[in-house]
Write a protein that binds this ligand. Structure first.
Ligand code: SF4
Ligand code: SF4
Length: 399
């Protein structure tokens, strides 16, 4: 296992972190606790020292599970990360209430890395007004949290202002070979690093989309490389090639994936990919863009939509449907992410489009947005849609 230092504190973190959002589950959907505990402890025994969870993961069961998995001396071996469920916060008091509940659920007296969860611009504005800076300062001063950070899912232009709004120790962003220009993107990564923040990466495999089903045209390109690597190894090594990155979180729930990730993390030094290998990754990225149903880059120029449609997110979910072929899973993710379950409770569905056409001329990719949104409605909404939205809201608002 390789380790990298947090820029502000020098804290040595394993470059591979264990994400506890997609733990192995039983048929009834509950965590397969025995198997998951073995996996977490195996990873720790093999050098992983960063464990990440959050309030809503596994319908609220991830945090108590992590508390139990880290018993028997494992808590002392790791840095523990969890997150303030920012979308549930209605007052300054709520912040302490959730943190104290999380300390109890995790059976610990401090959180090493505490993040304000899933920020987008509006959500940041809300928690900032409610006093999140004061909360983080006090929680650090009284020792309940050691490092303050935020995780981000918003538009690139909001990222910088959040970085600048508080003396953060670290941030967590979505980053992978297809998201260089999406959300925080490469520009955000470099900006955060230039301000001395450690950067934790989530979704390195785009929720498994880069590895679950590798399209033959993509596999052909990977196979051209003289050094043989799996799609997962290429994707991870490309991320670790960036010196600005401290930890990559992987939601590992198969023993074989844990083993593979541990092996890759043994040799993934910054700047270790050759120029030819970086060119190969670029070709894969270009091929993926050709295969994607909608050539949306997530640039956000079409936003805001006066009817509240989150246009790039609709297209991201629509593309995921075609990349993965997992219709049930992607329909649920669409209902969860566009239904307001993880943000401010405001739906942002494609079906809100009133076909005004205002967005059309703003798109640098010349996408016929209103027409494409009709296809999104047809394929991702339809039968059972309201039930999926209700289920997703329940999952995030439980307890
Ligand atoms: S056409 Fe639809 S998506 Fe575009 S701005 Fe109008 S309402 Fe929004
Ligand atoms: S302007 Fe076009 S490419 Fe950019 S986010 Fe909107 S739809 Fe996607």
């Amino acid at each position: 296992m390789l380790y990298r230092k947090m820029p502000k504190t020098g804290d040595k973190l394993s470059i591979l972190g264990f994400g506890c959002m997609r733990l192995p589950a039983k048929a009834d959907g509950s965590i397969d606790e025995e198997r998951a505990k073995k996996q977490v402890r195996y990873a720790i025994d093999h050098g992983v020292n960063y464990i990440d969870t959050a309030w809503p993961y596994h319908m609220g069961q991830s945090e108590p599970f992590v508390g139990r998995a880290l018993a028997d001396g494992y808590r002392e071996k790791v840095r523990l990360a969890t997150k303030l469920p920012s979308w549930l916060i209605e007052s300054r008091e709520d912040m302490d209430k959730y943190l104290d509940a999380q300390l109890a659920k995790l059976n610990t007296d401090h959180i090493d890395y505490y993040l304000v969860h899933a920020l987008v611009g509006d959500l940041w504005d809300k928690v900032e007004k409610l006093g999140v800076a004061d909360f983080l300062n006090k929680a650090k001063a009284d020792g309940r949290i050691k490092n303050a950070g935020f995780s981000f899912h918003g538009a690139g232009e909001d990222f910088g202002r959040i970085v600048d709004a508080y003396p953060w120790d670290f941030c967590q962003i979505q980053y992978n070979i297809l998201d260089e220009k999406n959300q925080a993107g490469t520009a955000g990564l470099q900006y955060a690093a230039s301000k001395g923040l450690g950067v934790i990466i989530m979704e390195p495999l785009r929720g498994g989309n880069l590895t679950r089903t590798v399209p033959p045209a993509i596999k052909e390109i990977w196979d051209e490389a003289p050094v043989k690597r799996t799609a997962a190894e290429w994707a991870l090594r490309w991320i670790w090639n960036h010196p600005e990155i401290t930890v990559v979180l992987s939601g590992m729930n198969e023993e074989v994936h844990i083993e593979e990730n541990l092996n890759v993390a043994d040799g993934a030094y910054p700047h270790s990919l050759t120029e030819a290998e970086l060119q190969l990754v670029k070709r894969v990225e270009r091929k993926y863009r050709e295969l994607l149903k909608v050539g949306c880059t997530g640039c956000q120029y079409c936003m805001p939509c006066p009817s509240g449609v989150n246009i790039p997110l609709c297209f991201e979910e629509y593309n995921n449907l075609y990349l993965t072929g997992n219709a049930d899973g992607e329909k649920f993710m669409y209902a969860a992410r566009l239904g307001g379950a993880v943000a401010l409770g405001t739906p942002e569905f494609a079906s809100l489009c009133v076909q005004c056409g205002e967005c059309r001329e703003k798109c640098p990719q010349h996408l016929d947005i209103p027409v494409l949104l009709e296809s999104v409605v047809k394929e991702l909404e339809g039968s059972g849609f309201e039930e999926r939205v209700a289920m997703a809201r329940k999952a995030f608002k439980q307890m």
